[in-house]
Design a protein around this ligand. Sequence first.
Ligand code: NAG
Ligand code: NAG
Ligand code: NAG
Ligand code: NAG
Ligand code: NAG
Length: 386
Amino acid sequence: MMATITLLLGFIILTTPLHIEAQTPDATNNVSLSWVQNATAKGAVCLDGSPSAYYFDQGQGEGANNWIVYLQGGGWCVNQTDCLIRTTYSQGSSKHMKQSMEFVDFLSNNFTENPEFYNWNRVYVPYCDGSSFTGDIEAPDTVTNVTYRGARIFKATMDDLLSKGMNCAQNALLMGSSAGGLATMVHCDRFRDLLPLFARVKCLPIAGYFVHEENILGSKQFEPTFDALIDLHGSAAMLPPLCTSIMRPSLCLFPQYLLLFVKTPVFIAMSAFDQIQIRLNLFREDEVCLVSQNCTDDRKEAMQELRWDVLAALPKALPLFRGMWITSCIAHDLPYFSTLKIIGNKTFAEVFHDWYYDCDYLQVIDTSMEPRNCSAYGINPQALKY
Ligand SMILES: *[C@@H]1O[C@H](CO)[C@@H](O)[C@H](O)[C@H]1NC(C)=O
Ligand SMILES: *[C@@H]1O[C@H](CO)[C@@H](O)[C@H](O)[C@H]1NC(C)=O
Ligand SMILES: *[C@@H]1O[C@H](CO)[C@@H](O)[C@H](O)[C@H]1NC(C)=O
Ligand SMILES: *[C@@H]1O[C@H](CO)[C@@H](O)[C@H](O)[C@H]1NC(C)=O
Ligand SMILES: *[C@@H]1O[C@H](CO)[C@@H](O)[C@H](O)[C@H]1NC(C)=O
């Protein structure tokens, strides 16, 4: 699989910052929370045992048979106490989810704001299982009464959407960010297999390509505790069996190994200076100085080395099978519609559009070895809680 990678290098900015107008209240896309059908009966429940739910806005006109399904992110809960704490807020309980949410960016129903998907069926799946929709343990935790059921939430949500017309999808996109981006890769083939054979189905993980580094000094990432994490949630069954038959399940969770076993086209969007990647592989202090842009030269160097490791760990596969858009912007999550143009005259949304519709297959990598502040282009360094 070597030599097929097309690295389109070069960095040109050819744009002016987008002028965003304040919306009038009646022009908003306020979407209400729906319960997943038969969620409790199917055991598709959040960490606290409450039924899973999602936000859904129906497609219209030419978009009526097109579906975009977004999986929310928010890290993993890593032990019994940590998962118990999540039951007190929306990331572990539907009781705490907002009754309605504003659909913006790629979920907006406004053509001007979202020319790509405005008339598609648009679904936002909130994250309340703490395991990237992979957990599946029958009995509640005997100590905390927490339920680990992310995989069942994914399944029951898909069943519900299929019954609402997704079974006739012509175009479909599974996407997600961070832990939701990881979930997007884990479930990509499963999503594909639920949909009609002749549908166009692809996956777009954003900021979910967490890299496993075996040798880097100071790496805290690969420890036996990762296997314990998989056991805590009962996640192994959601990983490709062929992968888990040849390596530890915790390795199969890392996209660089996982994607070797995923047959559906996947487009990877992320920053080579991803804040969380830096926090996990280096130190929390590195993320802090990165965001405030006052890192010492040796810390910058460590991050630049990490960037090379990230680039080296990207799939070496045909661009039609694995599209890419890798920025050097300081960020974790990336907006779909930003004005940044890494190569030629195209934004992320345009590169992705062409890849999705089989017009042009690109693997775009920002050549900047310096972490950059891209706020002017709508990509903001984020103050992250988790
Ligand atoms: C759509 O968005 C544009 C740009 O934000 C705004 O000017 C317009 O009022 C919106 N249209 C509707 C129908 O909400
Ligand atoms: C959104 O809709 C709900 C009812 O579905 C309403 O209670 C809420 O006030 C609305 N929010 C906004 C910002 O319009
Ligand atoms: C355990 O959680 C379930 C919901 O999953 C709830 O019905 C039950 O009352 C809880 N039990 C205790 C002892 O808190
Ligand atoms: C559980 O995880 C949290 C968050 O990482 C950590 O602060 C805490 O010490 C852990 N607790 C135990 C008992 O390991
Ligand atoms: C939910 O359960 C009802 C009654 O068993 C069944 O008719 C329906 O098809 C189920 N819906 C889904 C999406 O599983």
